[in-house]
Design a protein around this ligand. Structure first.
Ligand SMILES: [Zn+2]
Length: 162
């Protein structure tokens, strides 16, 4: 994605093998600070395509034409974004904007629909938790952040009008 910090990692993802572009999955970091070093460490065996800081900075670690190792069975069809902070706290306004920027780009470049979804077979802006056991059985990103998806989508719509 143009206009974001490109920090390609050398491990913890699979080249190609994508089976579609259903949309973007929202994750929570349960920590703070860039995930570049952590995602680059081979023993981590985990990654995401994007990361958004609480100040709204965006880093991209994996091309959306490749599979990040984020939500197991959902890796081939979905793109992933980690958000700095903790599940008990909502996204900052700057983070809402950052996720919306990534989504607006994906909508334009990859046809992601301007919708929120709670189904692994749906399309739109989803959550890690919606994938259940096949996606690792996580509660990620927590209720507070999951509920902000409509606000994020409203921001995406304003970007698309300009
Ligand atoms: Zn997650």
């Amino acid at each position: 994605m143009p206009g974001v910090a490109q920090k390609p990692i050398g491990a913890n993802f699979s080249r190609g093998g994508r089976e579609g572009q259903r949309g973007l999955i929202l994750h929570v970091q349960e920590g703070e600070g860039s995930l570049f070093e952590w995602s680059s460490e081979p023993s981590t065996r985990s990654s995401a395509h994007f990361w958004a800081s609480q100040a709204g900075e965006i880093e991209q670690y994996v091309s959306v034409h490749d599979r990040a190792w984020t939500q197991r069975a959902g890796n081939a069809e979905w793109v992933s974004i980690e958000t700095s902070g903790f599940a008990g706290k909502p996204l900052t306004t700057a983070q809402v904007d950052a996720v919306a920027r990534v989504y607006a780009w994906g909508a334009r470049e990859h046809g992601w629909p301007l919708e929120v979804t709670d189904s692994p077979k749906g399309r739109g802006l989803g959550t890690h938790a919606m994938g259940g056991g096949a996606w690792g059985g996580h509660a990620c990103p927590g209720t507070a952040r999951a509920q902000q998806r409509e606000v994020i989508m409203s921001r995406v719509r304003t970007f698309r009008q300009t």
